[in-house]
Design a protein around this ligand. Structure first.
Ligand code: ADP
Ligand code: UDP
Length: 236
């Protein structure tokens, strides 16, 4: 499978056309960004680690009944996926408070959230991905009420499945962000699930094993991602 025309270059991945109908190639790059793209660095091996990590998680979710865009790995840092019309929306679930919710609501970092919270954000770097609600999504025509309900339901299912997967490997899935899109009238989980888009803590020490290592300049970013993969039984 060969890359065709480059269709889009995002902050961490590039999207290419290919010769399979209704499919695209996602190229996972080493670029690592924070603060809405204001800080960007190259982290050696990150593209490979995230591509393999994402493939493992997408296949796990697919087997558990979540419809995902993932079709197959085509190289160390490329995957073949269904071509989706993406919604400009991020779905975030939090099991433990950390990051923006603490800044926004003044709550303590590290408190358990029971039940977990659910939030929508608008994908718009220039506006710093503002939080939006179901009413905004409907009124501005970003998605229908039916799709909103479906995205929310699928995100909660993903949380249940992955919280257990990480817990069984002595890690806490603190929070995560996922994105959805449509192909032929069906909703699919798109984009990626990797330590770039979630928070994962060691269950005992609460050591950060995710992109917060980059945001906070803690170092050992890719090493931490590799450790998470290894604990899940994945060779990267
Ligand atoms: P960003 O656009 O936020 O900088 P990335 O660097 O991860 O993020 O770029 C990947 C882009 O590809 C995102 O805009 C994402 O919405 C889009 N995308 C992910 N999966 C698919 C898919 N299956 N079909 C079409 N677009 C996709
Ligand atoms: N997240 C993401 N992309 C974004 C915004 C958030 O992947 O554009 C992830 C982030 O890594 C975290 C979760 O979504 O796991 C919640 O992020 P939060 O709202 O706390 O924002 P942050 O403080 O991380 O910017």
């Amino acid at each position: 499978m060969q890359r065709g025309e480059k269709l889009y270059s995002g902050k961490a991945k590039s999207v290419y056309a290919c010769d399979q109908d209704g499919a695209l190639i996602l190229h996972f790059r080493n670029d690592t960004s924070a603060f809405d793209g204001e800080r960007v660095e190259q982290l050696d091996r990150k593209g490979i680690v995230n591509n393999k990590f994402n493939a493992f998680i997408m296949e796990y979710l697919e087997e558990a009944g979540i419809q995902t865009h993932f079709l197959k790995l085509i190289s160390d840092d490329e995957a073949l996926v269904r071509q989706l019309d993406m919604f400009p929306i991020e779905c975030v679930i939090r099991n433990v408070a950390s990051g923006s919710i603490c800044r926004r609501l003044g709550v303590e970092d590290g408190i358990d959230l029971n039940p977990p919270t659910f939030e929508f954000f608008l994908k718009n770097d220039a506006l710093h991905d503002p939080m939006i609600n179901e009413s905004h999504i409907e009124s501005f025509g970003w998605a229908s009420a039916e799709i909103v309900a479906q995205m929310k339901q699928e995100t909660f299912k993903v949380n249940k499945l992955l919280s257990k997967l990480f817990a069984d490997a002595d890690m806490i899935l603190v929070d995560f962000k996922i994105e959805f899109g449509m192909q032929d009238g069906k909703l699919y989980l798109g984009d990626e699930f990797s330590p770039d888009g979630c928070r994962i803590w060691d269950a005992k020490t609460r050591e950060k094993l995710d992109k917060d290592r980059f945001r906070k300049g803690l170092g050992g970013v890719v090493e931490a991602y590799e450790q998470v993969a290894q604990r899940l039984g994945l060779e990267v």
